[in-house]
Ligand binder design. Structure first.
Ligand code: GLC
Length: 412
């Protein structure tokens, strides 16, 4: 942000760097069809036909209250909801188009409900906004028609201004797909300057075509180079919008493992739910999120808040997160009463099951063996072993070994 010192910028980003876990919500007209949020485009549904969904959408009262409650119970610290996806339907009241939730089917401002619900749970509030628009008459032709571009940029800046004005303090602005224009053609610099004038504390992602505050690896967990902030966004199944036929769901084990990965690399995990058209959350998401929440209640300090990088190699039994001289070994495949870790260069002073008893160990050069552990994992999702160490926390690579795939010092 212009005129900001690096310290001021860090101050602004602090809560986000420490938040670790957020809820992404994809909800729109497409939810009624249940065949992915790209259904209009993939099935080439004509606009006149798709538009009818704007009148048939009748969500139940205040579903966002349960989403926010669920996010809180899952240990999430912020939420980001689609205010307008590529389909072009605005979930909020706007003077720029009647294709919106207040004038059509729902007859209410779904964004206002969401904001109120998130705040009531003490969660930070993010707005997703798709620049690409399949409904707006200038949405595609703006690329080759100067007058259309002018209109569409005015429309976009106008709507973003409304979103930044009408709902109080907004913590994150999450742009998506800037097709078909470049950042310059969107006048993204001007737009984001306006956003920051209205919301000085806001954190903006990189999808308006400008780098802004953070990177957004999608469906993979890859830290940004140079200590830049990043947030991995991931689906629960393989779709963002409600798609009941897509039923390969992630489970608590995988989600906890992703949380370890983002914590080790100093990023965040924005995990998506796609509510049904009435607003209810697929049951399997609820169940797995509640398990993750219970796990975080026990082991939260091993992932939340500031972490430090640590060189480590891949092992079948688990991997580390680190805070200074404290290491947390996330053991998600429990080996039984003995756990051996190779290549650790620092001296272990003390080890214990997190929130549990001390663990006996022997350490020789290149090999740490923890003894007398329970035969079965104390926590079947992932048990954390906490160690106090002396010297640089580092695992040296064995012959033929590779660094684990997501570690931030990885250069290639
Ligand atoms: C992609 C998809 C979109 C989804 C988004 C989330 O850009 O187009 O459907 O909303 O990723 O990151």
């Amino acid at each position: 942000m212009l005129g900001e010192t690096p310290e001021q910028r860090e101050q602004r980003l602090k809560w986000f760097r420490e938040a670790r876990f957020g809820m992404f919500i994809h909800w729109g007209l497409y939810s009624q069809l249940g065949r992915h949020e790209w259904v209009m485009n993939r099935e080439r549904i004509p606009i006149e036909e798709y538009e009818k969904l704007a009148d048939t959408w009748k969500p139940k009262p205040y579903p966002a209250r349960w989403w926010a409650r669920l996010a809180k119970l899952a240990g999430m610290r912020y939420m980001v909801m689609t205010t307008k996806h590529h389909e072009g339907f605005c979930l909020f009241n706007t003077q720029y188009t009647d294709y919106n939730a207040v004038k059509r089917g729902p007859r209410r401002d779904l964004v206002a409900e969401y904001v109120e619900a998130a705040r009531a749970e003490g969660l930070k509030v993010g707005f997703y906004y798709s620049l690409m628009d399949w409904h707006h008459p200038d949405g595609a032709r703006c690329k080759h028609d100067a007058a259309a571009r002018k209109r569409f940029v005015e429309f976009t800046h106008g709507i973003v201004r409304e979103l930044m004005t009408n709902y109080g303090k907004i913590d994150i602005l999450w742009y998506d797909v800037n097709w078909p224009l470049t950042a310059e053609e969107w006048e993204a610099e001007k737009m984001n300057r306006m956003v920051r004038e209205l919301q000085p504390h806001i954190i903006i992602n990189n999808r308006s075509g400008l780098p802004e505050d953070f990177g957004t690896p999608e469906q993979h967990i890859t830290p940004e180079p140079g200590g830049r902030m990043w947030e991995a966004c991931m689906t629960f199944n393989e779709s963002w919008g409600y798609t009941p036929i897509d039923n390969r769901w992630k489970d608590a084990w995988q989600i906890v493992s992703m949380l370890r990965q983002v914590a080790a690399g100093g990023g965040n995990l924005l995990l998506n739910i796609g509510p049904a058209p009435d607003g209810s959350v697929p049951e399997v998401c609820e169940q797995e999120l509640l398990k993750v929440g219970r796990w975080l209640q026990e082991y939260g300090p091993s992932v939340y808040d500031a972490t430090d990088p640590m060189q480590q190699e891949w092992m079948i039994t688990g991997a580390f997160t680190r805070k200074g001289q404290t290491l947390y070994y996330h053991c998600n495949r429990w080996p039984g009463s003995e756990l051996a870790i190779g290549g650790l260069q620092c001296r272990v002073l003390r080890a214990r099951l997190m929130n549990g008893p001390e663990v006996a160990f022997t350490q020789t050069e290149n090999r740490l063996v923890l003894h007398g552990l329970p035969e079965t994992p104390p926590n079947p999702i992932c048990t954390v072993i906490e160690m106090e160490v002396e010297g640089e926390p580092k695992q040296v690579l064995g012959a033929g070994c590779v660094l684990i795939e997501n570690d931030p010092w990885r250069t290639s």
